[in-house]
Design a binder for this molecule. Structure first.
Ligand code: ATR
Length: 278
């Protein structure tokens, strides 16, 4: 019998580390599966998804730019995917497409288990209010920080993201605020960069004075795209961390959804860092 089939769909997808990560998870947990990458033409996502399910695919990770379409195409959507209005993990079951979003739990897991920082009671600054920020805000609130400030170049977008999460924040006693990038008051225990400013070569869009001494400064990107932010964090005495751990942890959560087994994310992260350093 051929192994169970999974894939990652995106555009671009050539440099995706997901096949490597899921292959290691499978080896370490004794699961038999085959995980491939599929580059999807813009406008061709829905067709590719249905074709993959017809082929016998059991599940699919979704990356840029199809996460919103993935949530919209699903026949059942988890609460966290609904909040994010985006999905990165799909499962095909009895003709249904089940959508989930593991990005936020991946981030929280990497901060708490990887960086060893408990988010409960902390003051968080989330920079950006696009798709990446929307994908993580719900799970950040569920980690019970004292406050989350969403700071964005376009204040309206921060406002609407905050409004979507206001009820959840109230339920969990978390103060949730929207702000523009100027005049941020006070310091933060954790500053998370979910903006794409570095991709365009722009400087870090908030001042170093937002960082509390010894704060964790987290960029959700990794590789060269994260470098400017990590250098900035280091220069301001913060603890810099890139998003590679989030990548592995969101994959671990997807693997758990598909296979019912939690793989050792931190072990695979250490291996991946070693591979990437070669
Ligand atoms: P993604 O899916 O990566 O989040 P997106 O939805 O296009 O992409 O969102 C990009 C985010 O980065 C937005 O919050 C954007 O700010 P605006 O809402 O004001 O556009 C932010 N961003 C991009 N370039 C930026 C820059 N040079 N300075 C500050 N913020 C920037």
């Amino acid at each position: 019998m051929s192994p169970d089939l999974y894939c990652v769909m995106g555009n671009p997808v050539a440099h995706s580390r997901s096949p490597w990560i899921h292959a290691r998870f499978a080896e370490l947990t004794g699961q038999r599966l085959h995980y491939v990458k599929r580059q999807i033409e813009l406008g061709g996502f829905a067709q590719a998804l249905h074709a993959f399910a017809q082929e016998g695919g059991l599940g699919c990770n979704v990356t840029v730019p199809f996460k919103f379409e993935a949530a919209a195409l699903a026949t059942q959507t988890s609460e966290r995917a609904l909040l994010a209005q985006a999905a990165n993990t799909l499962s095909f079951k009895e003709g249904e497409i089940l959508a989930d979003n593991t990005d936020g739990v991946g981030l929280v897991d990497d901060i708490e288990q990887g960086a060893g920082l408990d988010l409960q009671g902390r003051r968080l600054l989330l920079i950006g209010a696009g798709g990446a920020a929307a994908g993580v805000l719900g799970p950040l609130i569920l980690a019970h920080p004292a406050s989350v400030t969403v700071a964005n170049r376009t204040l309206d977008k921060a406002d609407s993201l905050v409004q979507c999460h206001a009820a959840l924040a109230m339920l969990h006693n978390t103060e949730l605020l929207a702000h523009d990038l100027q005049g941020l008051k006070g310091t933060f225990d954790v500053v998370i960069n979910a903006s794409s400013s570095s991709l365009g070569g722009a400087a870090v869009p908030v001042p170093g004075s937002t960082l509390k001494a010894g704060a964790l400064a987290y960029d959700m990107m990794y590789g060269p795209a994260a470098q400017g932010f990590l250098t900035w964090a280091h220069e301001h005495g913060a603890l810099p961390r890139d998003g590679l751990g989030m990548l592995v942890s969101q994959a671990a959560e997807a693997f758990l959804i598909w296979r019912g087994v939690r793989p050792p994310a931190q072990k695979v992260l250490a291996e991946l860092r070693a591979v990437m350093a070669q």
